[in-house]
Design a protein around this ligand. Structure first.
Ligand code: GLC
Length: 555
């Protein structure tokens, strides 16, 4: 089977044909597929994924039925942090291809009806960026240092860092130069933080955004969108354990009110069009309400919902986070996003228990996620049910977060298995930059494509139904009563059309759900018992219902 030549099957929205028209609000319920470029597909055989590889697999993404792809950074970079350490925001790293490859990729995606979101990294540059090199050369009082956050140290001879901030990757957030000054890096020492009070920095990023918009990008995923502005005076955090505050508590280096000015400026830039280009915030804030600030009407379009991603496989906890998520984004008029995995966290098959249990729960979670109102993200390989790889030999691990995060993030970044019986399973002719587990033979795209029972088939069907069924995507959600350990809800679109019933059993016992309408899809086989559907443990199902049918699922 040659998947690269498979024609895209789903019909695309009429308004999108490479020149997006205004007013479609496509992003309100788009399914966006995350491509981790190093690990997606390798066209030139060097063991590392590249833009030409992505391009060759676009027909797969179109046939899968997603609306857009978000590609992690592919700019020139020393790759200390997988490309999130950029030296030139207007170039493509030779490992990943050329600027011409980027343009061809965007154009080809548009021809197939797929939008392309690129990743922008504004909180920090690489230490090899020309600005940082100039700053180093400028000496202690050189103006080039003002584009970053340089400070004298504390202590009798400045031997102590300027404050107590810790890097997200562990250790102090400051590094001292031989000339005595310290510079701030909230991530690796090779990722110095920019000073967003400096006009050069603001002007530069406006220009970088325009550059990619001119090349046809449909939007930006904004890395560390909560980090660019720091509290005035850079105050100490104090005694609190900072690693535990991240994403949950207040720290003077994240989620400061001043970041919103930057996002407002970018929204104005995105609004210049043509078409609807979007900004997606990778932001962490102490509460969902503070997170919703990033998607106020004059700010970005979406923010990742990491609270949902971090929730255990438990009906009550899931219901609570779903309710809170909808309640926080609803008032600002933004769509809620639903994320199960990404390149920074352990894959959810493994988080949910691993092996068959984890995969079974992940399949049910997919149907839950794709039934919720708003936009959904699919991290490459989740449609194949890939688990985290937990036994990568230590000498092959590359992640700078290795010290602070046990095992690091490499285990979710193993090259995607496409076809064949031997590693790297069609990823590329030159092996893969991380080894693929031999047992992934049964998880390749090729092995799953025509298998009725595969996770890939489940995703394809779910995505097709989601596109065709008017009650899915944007719209309302109504909870219905259900048995313990179950989520039962009904979706209605904005019209009087059919509704959709979703039931999810997160418990370890079968439950009975009064069935209504016609079964659309289930994550495991389900059977009827009289008027009831029997939902096995860790199973989700979708039914299409008519508005007249009574919502009666009491159990
Ligand atoms: C974001 C990225 C992560 C990266 C970090 C620093 O959290 O998702 O991969 O390491 O920012 O840029």
């Amino acid at each position: 089977m040659d998947l690269s030549s498979r024609p895209p099957s789903p019909a695309r929205p009429a308004e999108f044909s490479g020149s997006p028209a205004a007013g479609t609000r496509w992003w309100r319920d788009a399914v966006i597929y995350q491509v981790y470029v190093r690990s997606f597909a390798d066209a030139d055989g060097d063991g590392v994924g590249d833009l030409a590889g992505i391009r060759s697999r676009l027909p797969y993404l179109a046939a899968l039925g997603v609306d857009a792809l978000w590609i992690t950074p592919f700019y020139e970079s020393p790759m200390v942090d997988g490309g999130y350490d950029v030296t030139d925001y207007r170039s493509v790293d030779p490992t990943f291809g050329t600027l011409a490859d980027a343009v061809e990729l965007i154009e080809e995606a548009h021809r197939l009806g797929l939008r392309v979101i690129v990743d922008i990294v504004p909180n920090h540059t690489s230490d090899q960026h020309v600005w940082f090199q100039e700053a180093l050369a400028a000496g202690v009082s050189g103006p080039a240092r003002e584009r970053y956050v340089f400070r004298p140290g504390r202590g009798a001879s400045g031997e102590l860092p300027p404050n107590d901030w810790e890097s997200v990757f562990g250790g102090p957030a400051w590094t001292r130069l031989p000339d005595g000054q310290w510079y701030l890096h909230l991530f690796a020492p090779q990722q110095p933080d920019l000073n967003w009070e400096h006009p050069d920095v603001r002007a530069e990023f406006d220009d970088v955004l325009r550059f990619w918009l001119d090349l046809g990008a449909d939007g930006f995923r904004i890395d560390v969108a909560h980090g660019m502005v720091k509290a005035a005076g850079l105050p100490d955090v104090g005694d609190a354990p900072q690693s535990r505050l991240l994403g949950r508590g207040k720290v003077p280096y994240f989620d400061q009110d001043g970041v919103h000015d930057i996002h407002r400026g970018w929204r104005r830039l995105l609004a210049l069009g043509p078409g609807e280009r979007i900004g997606v915030a990778e932001a962490w804030a102490p509460s969902l309400d503070r997170l919703a600030n990033y998607v106020r009407p004059d700010e970005l379009h979406q923010v990742f919902n990491f609270d949902y991603m971090r929730t255990d496989w438990d009906a009550a906890e899931l219901r609570s986070v779903i309710e809170k998520s909808l309640a926080s984004t609803g008032p600002v008029g933004a769509p809620t996003t639903w994320v199960l995995s990404n390149h920074d966290v352990q894959r959810h098959v493994t988080r949910y228990g691993g092996d068959e249990l984890g995969r079974r729960r992940a399949r049910a979670a997919a149907l839950l996620t794709l039934a919720l109102p708003g936009s959904a993200y699919v991290y490459q390989g989740e449609e194949l049910g890939l688990p985290e790889v937990l036994d990568i030999p230590a000498e092959l691990l590359t992640d700078p977060q290795l010290e602070s995060l046990k095992g690091g993030r490499d285990g979710c970044r193993v090259p995607l298995p496409w076809s064949g019986n031997e590693p790297p399973f069609g990823f590329g002719s030159g092996g893969g930059w991380l080894p693929s587990p031999p047992e992934w033979k049964s998880l390749t795209v090729e092995a799953q494509w025509d298998d009725e029972a595969s996770t890939l088939t489940l995703y394809r069907r779910a995505l097709r139904i989601r596109r065709d069924h008017s009650a899915l995507g944007d719209g309302e959600l109504h909870w219905l009563d259900g048995p313990p350990d179950c989520l039962v809800f009904e979706r209605s679109g904005h019209s009087d059309g059919p509704r959709m019933l979703c039931a999810v059993n997160t418990g370890d016992r079968s439950v009975q759900i009064p069935a209504r309408g016609s079964l659309l899809l289930s994550s495991e086989p389900i059977r009827m018992e009289g008027p009831n559907a029997v939902l096995p443990p860790d199973t989700a199902a979708w039914w299409s219902t008519e508005p007249s049918e009574e919502p009666d699922t009491g159990g």
